[in-house]
Design a protein around this ligand. Structure first.
Ligand code: ADP
Ligand code: MG
Length: 615
């Protein structure tokens, strides 16, 4: 018999709970549900992200509303569209055995008429963001004059986002005698004052200590060029050999791609996102729980299903679209009294978001450096030494000892140790010995340059209808390079500049040999103008030893942008705009050129080093 039964929930709900796989109520559920079922009271509940607050208010609300009636009886206000959809989804799960239940999500950025239609069908519960809600009340599309329950979910975040006035306005349309339940992770004075203003003698419950907001999570950020994001991720993983982490990406596609790349590079990684079947998700979750997967790459939505307590690191491979989501991400670590680290990999253009997040989490970030290759080697070496120290001896080896002794008899203890370590270590060393510095220094563009980059002059410019976005699109299509592989695009009237990594130098020169557009020669020259870039370079990025070469052989080449959706597609607006005469599509456009197009020379395999799969 489950502990949920003792909270006073009916059969319908207990069945749904079993279906969802919840075994025991969380602390906030255990405290809030009985109170909310028994008393008509206002409530203030403080509990960290990820503690199960949705069910703490969801079940009591659903158990007390009348599904036979079509009147709106419950309103849940929540800060973001994403949360609204999640809550709606959860409520539908809780109420799956309640016939006639209609929960409607109301949020901005979607058709208001469609939402009004759904409301008209009779929504007993509305889950809404304050902005859209206020709008729809103003247009008399929603009537909340008969609600009995109002939840202010993530109250601190709603206030942070400036919804105070909208909330006041919305609540002025609701009856005085409803019950108001406020849920929040933290209790800044704005939340205290909202509680005072809208609630009558609320019962207060606190889970964990007040305001901890996850005080045992430290926040770090690392600034790199967007195109180095993946390399940075690998270094962070390599510098933390015992890492057990969730790596957050913004989209399903990036999630899948980063995971595939990590796996190809020999990491114990997996992906979880909405395009996987339930069965696939169950499998990766099981692997994660049993530590076969050390790095779980996840979308925000899918990560909510991760119920693992001892995550050491949360890595924000990309920041979320809604920075408020960061709280949910970082709340995945530092649980159950353990320490956790939340790391953010940012490009320079995202640096300001760090400040915004600091306001929300009310904690400061530490700016950290991506470890150098040699630092990582040292970490790995010491980790290996410790592993050896802690390893229990397997005495089944004893019988082979004489043979082993014989094979190694000419070596001193010191030599043996060196050889032994080299077996494991040379691979790392080879990979990292020539690794470049990935750190970008904010505010100083010249230092973000690296010697592996080359700057080209191109004899077309804004006169040819290019701007930096369209030129960048044009170049990366023409060269089959990824979003971050053509950079520092600078368009002047009659000419332009752009950078590529030096390894693409010949590709660029090849394509722009005898290259014509509508009879006009278009050519490039290596630019000496800035003194940045240009220059020679040495060898490839890190040599590789044989056994790692299973990695990524440049498949998917040129589609690997780390950050494609970073600007929400803005940068594709004017695609091909430069050469209107030649048609709009890049492909058509290319075919008009008489320049020969060299096949992409892509010998260098992308992944390297990294750690081997264990176990
Ligand atoms: P919060 O609102 O406190 O951040 P949520 O309500 O979003 O937390 O819950 C976080 C996750 O935990 C969700 O995936 C939810 O389904 C899950 N969850 C909630 N309650 C339980 C429970 N009693 N047992 C197992 N998982 C739970
Ligand atoms: Mg919540």
């Amino acid at each position: 018999m489950s502990k949920f039964q003792e909270l006073g929930l009916g059969e319908n709900f207990l069945k749904a709970i079993t279906d969802m796989g919840f075994e025991n109520p969380s602390e906030v559920q255990e405290k809030a549900i009985p109170i909310l079922l028994e008393k008509d009271t206002d409530l203030v509940a403080l509990a960290q992200t990820g503690t199960g607050k949705t069910a703490a208010f969801g079940f009591p609300m659903l158990q007390q509303i009348d599904v036979e009636s079509r009147t709106t009886q419950g309103l849940i206000l929540s800060p973001t569209r994403e949360l609204c959809m999640q809550i709606t989804n959860e409520m539908n799960n809780y109420g799956k055995y309640l016939k006639g239940l209609n929960v409607v999500a109301i949020y901005g950025g979607a058709s208001i008429t469609e939402q009004a239609k759904q409301i008209k069908r009779g929504a007993q519960v509305i889950v809404a963001t304050p902005g859209r809600m206020k709008d729809m009340i103003g247009r008399r599309m929603i009537d909340i004059s008969k609600i009995e329950y109002c939840v202010l979910d993530e109250a601190d975040e709603m206030l942070n986002m400036g919804f105070y006035e909208d909330i006041t306005e919305i609540l002025s349309h609701s009856p005085e005698d409803k019950s108001t339940w406020l849920f929040s992770a933290t209790m800044p004075k704005e939340v205290a004052s909202i509680a005072k203003k809208f609630m009558h003698n609320p019962i207060e419950i606190t889970v964990g200590s007040k305001n901890v907001g996850a005080a045992n999570v430290s926040h770090e950020y690392y600034m790199v060029n967007a195109r180095d994001r993946y390399q940075a991720l690998k270094r962070l993983a390599d510098a933390n050999p015992d890492i057990f982490s969730v790596v957050f990406c913004r989209t399903k596609r990036d999630t899948q791609k980063v995971a595939e790349q990590l796996i190809a590079d020999g990491y114990n990684a997996g992906a979880i996102h909405g395009d996987l079947s339930q069965n696939q998700r169950d499998i990766v979750m099981k692997q994660f729980r049993t530590r076969q997967i050390q790095m779980m790459v996840a979308t925000d939505v899918a990560a909510r299903g991760i119920d693992v307590d001892d995550i050491t690191h949360v890595i924000n491979y990309q920041l979320p679209d809604e920075i408020e989501t960061y709280t949910h991400r970082s709340g995945r670590t530092g649980r159950a009294g353990k320490e956790g680290i939340s790391m953010v990999i940012v490009s320079k253009s995202e640096a300001r978001k760090i400040k915004q997040i600091e306001k929300i989490i009310q904690q400061k970030f530490q700016k950290k450096e991506i470890p150098s290759g040699m630092e990582i080697c040292e970490k790995q070496l010491m980790h290996l030494a410790n592993n050896i120290k802690e390893t229990e001896i397997n005495h089944d080896i004893d019988v082979y000892l004489p043979q082993i002794d014989e094979a190694l008899k000419d070596f001193s203890k010191e030599e043996l140790i060196k050889k032994f370590f080299s077996v494991e270590f040379t691979r790392f060393y080879n990979y990292y010995q020539k690794a470049k510095d990935l750190n970008v220094i904010a505010g100083d563009p010249s230092t973000s340059e690296n010697k592996d980059s080359v700057r080209f002059f191109l004899n077309v410019g804004s006169r040819d209808d290019f701007n930096w976005m369209s030129l960048k699109d044009f170049l990366k299509d023409l060269l089959s390079l990824g979003q971050d592989e053509v950079y520092k695009v600078d368009v002047k009237d009659n000419f332009s500049f752009f950078n590529v990594d030096t390894k693409h130098k010949e590709l660029v020169e090849g394509i722009f040999t005898d290259f014509q557009m509508d009879g006009r020669n278009v050519n490039v020259e290596i630019s000496t103008d800035t003194g940045r870039g240009g220059g020679g370079r040495k060898g490839g990025r890190g040599g590789r030893s044989g056994r790692d070469s299973r990695s990524f052989k440049g498949k998917d080449r040129g589609r690997r942008g780390d950050d494609k959706r970073g600007r929400r597609g803005d940068d594709r607006k004017s695609k091909g705009g430069g050469f209107k005469k030649s048609g709009d599509s890049g492909d058509e456009f290319k075919s008009k050129f008489s320049g020969k197009r060299r096949g992409k020379s892509k010998p260098e395999s992308k992944g390297t080093g990294g750690k081997r799969r264990r176990g």
